[in-house]
Structure formats: C-alpha cells, structure tokens
Design a protein around this ligand. Structure first.
Ligand SMILES: O=C(O)CCc1c2[nH]c(c1CC(=O)O)Cc1[nH]c(c(CC(=O)O)c1CCC(=O)O)Cc1[nH]c(c(CC(=O)O)c1CCC(=O)O)Cc1[nH]c(c(CCC(=O)O)c1CC(=O)O)C2
Length: 355
C-alpha cells in the first residue's frame, strides 16, 4: 500500500497529513465521466466491471486523493431485492412499482442471493483493486436500511418522505420486518465487498434527519448497529480481518453520541455540525469525517482555502478524514476540487510541522 493515510486515520493511528476523499468523487462534474456516460446508461456502467472500474479511477488519475470509492449506487440493493429502478435523466431515481402497502413486501426476493444479484459489484471491486496497484485504499458502500426503505416506498426522491414515514406510524411491525430484510442484505453485501477487496466500508443513512430523534432511535439506529456487528461477526467467523467502517447519517445531529458508539470506527458529519462540538460529543475513540459545505466549492479560490484552513484548525489533524459534508454537485468545477485537496494536504502538513 503506497498511501494508507485514510486507513491509518480510521484506525486512530498517527497521520503526517490529513487524508481526503470526496463523496461522489467519480461522477457528472468530471468531463471524462460525462464522456463515458454519453455512451452508456447509468446502471450499465454500474453493472459492467470494466466501466465501473474506469470511472472509479478517473478522479484518482486527476487528483491527489487519498481513497477511491467504487462507482455504484445505493439503489442497487432494492434492485437485488427484486425492485425495478430506473435513472431518469434530470429527475433521478424512479421506481415504477414502489411498495404501496405492507402486502407488497411479499413481492420482494427472499432470501436474496447476494453474490448472484450483486456479484457485478464484487467483480468491479476486485478489478479496481488490481488496477489501483496499492496507490490508495478502495472504499465500498451501501445505503442504510431506513434510507433504502424510504426510496422503496416513495418510489423516488421526496422532500417530506411522508409516504415512507406513514408506514413507521401506521405499520410499525411491518416496517421492522422490511428493515430487517434490507439489513440482512446489507450485511451480506458489505461482507462480499470486503472479500472482493474493499478496504473500508461506508454506510449511507442519507435520510436520517427527517426522522427526528424518536423515529431515528426506533427505526434507524438499531439497524445501523446490527450492520456493524453483523459484518464484524461474519468476518471473524470466516477468520478474516475486519476493515474500518464509516457511518454517515445525514442531518442526524440528535444522534451523534449514539452513532459514535454504534460500532463504527469513523463517523461522517454533514456541514450543519460544528467540528469542535462534534469532537466533544463523540470522544477520543472515533475518527471524524467531513464536513465542508459542498457549496463552498462555488466560492472564489482564496475563500475556499480559508474555509479549508478554518475546518482543519477546528478538527485538528489526527483522527480525521477530510471530506465534504455531502456529495459534490454536477455543476461544480473540477479545478476547485484540486484546490480543496491541495489545501487540505498543505495546511495539515504545516499544522503538524508547527507542533
Ligand atoms: O439527487 C440525489 O443526490 C439523490 C438521488 C440519487 C441517488 N442516486 C442517483 C441519484 C440522482 C442524482 O444524483 O442526480 C444517481 C447517481 N448515483 C451516482 C451518480 C454519479 C454522479 O453523482 O454523477 C448518479 C447520477 C446518475 C447519472 O449519471 O445520471 C453515483 C453514486 N451514488 C452514491 C455514491 C456514493 C458517494 O456518495 O460517494 C456514488 C458515487 C460513487 C463514486 O464516486 O464512485 C450514493 C447515493 N446514491 C443516492 C444516495 C441518496 C441521496 C439522497 O437521497 O439524499 C446516495 C447516498 C448519498 O449521496 O447520501 C441516490
């Protein structure tokens, strides 16, 4: 491994500079991705290991990033469970037949043969590990159960998630049943990704905030915990070393203490949290990841550098992986991403040398 900074930061080991990667670092803001995307539809890229590998490596070739993340999407899990998901240009994900009532749970594949349904992701990971040749670690990922359940019921994006949330109030037992089915798939999926070569795993609970503290405690956190425990148990029963895991529960400021004790080495933060408060609330035994407002990439270059320095001063240089507080947007300038990465590296080296 030529650059294991991100893994060392995740494990709480000393780092001479702060590692950085960017959520959605492979994607539409890069002209080379748009070229590939003009020739192939989104899920074809995900399902074709040479294409997924190619776009995963695009940002690594362009920037001095400290990790790669396999090109895929959280919605491949509902597909594996038997649901049809389309990616509509300009509109995003669309499920032509969402789950309308708990009876529809019967339509889902049970049990899911994860290596058969998602083997293409494992193949893409193995190929990408080879092509990376140890330059940087490769991150695998999954959506968390509540976020996936909300897409399966809403059938696409939603600002209120009122259909999915109505299940939690009207059909709590059936909601737990669905969340458990998704959790079982997520565990096998993450174990498979790790066996295929993923060196770190991120769980995206992107729709945590809309739940509020009460529903989060009942319908999100228990499954997030089950996933970290389940993955680690399966790996140790197969005599495999575990890899660091990252939990990113967006807008779940109310759950920060619980998340820091949920069995993940790293807690990802969105930009609405103050770094010093997050440190104080999570303690010394977890690594924090984040949390620059993605829209800071629209700022003039000098302003962006100032924001990066302020962020580093607040997080400190240890037990820290720099990232945006959510994914990069398609209209952002790749040059600003270079500025971001270089500023993180140079300012954190300066901070370490000044000690
Ligand atoms: O609009 C949204 O962000 C949510 C809907 C959406 C999803 N996939 C999608 C779209 C349409 C779109 O991006 O336009 C569809 C999607 N997924 C992705 C892309 C590529 C890109 O952003 O240009 C795209 C655009 C598809 C296209 O080319 O038309 C790839 C993707 N999804 C994801 C990731 C993992 C990551 O963020 O790093 C990654 C990138 C991996 C990499 O860099 O190699 C994960 C993902 N997908 C998704 C979500 C839920 C987000 C939410 O609901 O808040 C999440 C998790 C999250 O970002 O919090 C769902």
């Amino acid at each position: 491994m030529k650059n294991d900074l991100a893994l060392r930061a995740a494990r709480g080991e000393k780092t001479e500079r702060v590692p950085v990667w960017v959520m959605r670092q492979a994607g539409r803001y890069l002209p080379e991705f748009r070229e590939t995307r003009a020739e192939h539809d989104f899920f074809t890229i995900c399902r074709t290991p040479v294409l997924a590998c190619k776009v995963t490596l695009q940002p690594i070739e362009r920037f001095d990033l400290d990790a790669a993340i396999i090109f895929s999407d959280i919605l491949v899990v509902p597909q594996a469970m038997g649901m049809v998901v389309e990616m509509l240009p300009g509109k995003g994900p669309h499920f032509p037949e969402p789950l309308n009532t708990p009876d529809d749970i019967g339509r889902l594949n049970k049990p899911v043969n994860v290596s058969q349904e998602l083997g293409y992701v494992f193949d893409a990971i193995t190929l990408t590990r080879h092509r990376l040749e140890g330059r940087v670690p490769l991150i695998g990922f999954t959506g968390a159960p509540w976020t996936l359940m909300s897409y399966m019921i809403e059938g696409g994006g939603s600002t209120t998630m009122s259909k999915a949330k109505s299940w939690l109030y009207r059909y709590p037992a059936e909601s737990h049943k669905l969340l458990q089915l998704i959790t079982d798939v997520c565990i096998d999926y993450l174990v498979g990704q790790m066996q295929a070569g993923a060196q770190m795993l991120q769980v995206f609970e992107s729709h945590a905030g809309i739940l509020g503290p009460g529903l989060f405690a009942k319908f999100s956190l228990p499954y997030i915990r089950q996933i970290s425990r389940g993955v680690k148990e399966k790996l140790s029963s197969r005599k495999l070393d575990t890899v660091p895991m990252i939990i990113f529960a967006k807008d779940a400021h109310f759950g920060l203490e619980d998340l820091s004790q949920s069995g993940y080495e790293v807690v990802g933060l969105d930009w609405t949290l103050r770094p010093q408060h997050a440190r104080a609330r999570t303690g010394a035994n977890v690594t924090l990841q984040g949390n620059l407002d993605p829209c800071a990439l629209y700022a003039p270059e000098v302003e962006l550098v100032a924001l990066v320095k302020a962020m580093l001063e607040k997080f400190g240089t240890q037990r820290y992986i720099a990232n945006l507080g959510h994914g990069i947007y398609p209209d952002m300038d790749p040059e600003r991403v270079k500025t971001l990465i270089d500023a993180i590296h140079s300012h954190s080296e300066y901070m370490n040398s000044a000690k």
